[in-house]
Design a protein. Structure first.
Length: 155
């Protein structure tokens, strides 16, 4: 006959499984889970590294029209990029992070962003190896966006 500790362990495991099945994070993941190369398309790349113990470096590069030979030939390719160090304390227990890129390239809280600052929101779901990204369309040239579902690039 199971004791109360066994019953609790079974219930806790069931809750974790239920959250994972519904796409919810059971708890905040280790920072190393963010690290790697991520891609949403041929024109959207994200690199995450851990340069310091409690800081993530997010580097994004996106284009619009780079796969169109006519746009390339006419110089009509638009691009956007960012490189910003963000404190790990900004990551929520649900593995979400939001930041704005200031005029000097520094990370600033979203609520302190100016009207034309690039604002990025991310959610890591390691169960299915992707990062959902939404931006405010201020992170590059015309039609450039980092919004997408980024899959981990296996090397």
């Amino acid at each position: 006959m199971p004791n109360h500790v066994t019953v609790f362990a079974i219930l806790a495991a069931a809750l974790v499984f239920t959250d994972a099945a519904e796409g919810k994070s059971a708890s905040r993941l280790d920072l190393s889970e963010w690290v790697g190369e991520w891609s949403a398309s041929d024109e959207q790349m994200l690199t995450v590294s851990l340069p310091e113990k409690k800081t993530l470096l997010f580097e994004g590069y996106a284009t619009y029209g780079a796969n169109d030979p006519d746009r390339v030939a006419s110089g009509g390719v638009n691009m956007g990029e960012f490189s910003v160090r963000v404190p790990s304390s900004w990551i929520t227990d649900d593995n979400e992070i939001a930041f704005a890129v200031g005029s000097e390239g520094e990370a600033i809280p979203v609520d302190e962003a100016e009207e034309y600052d690039c604002v990025i929101e991310m959610r890591l779901d390691w169960n299915i190896n992707w990062i959902d990204v939404v931006d405010n369309r201020m992170c590059g040239g015309l039609n450039v966006s980092f919004t997408g579902q980024y899959e981990w690039v296996v090397e």
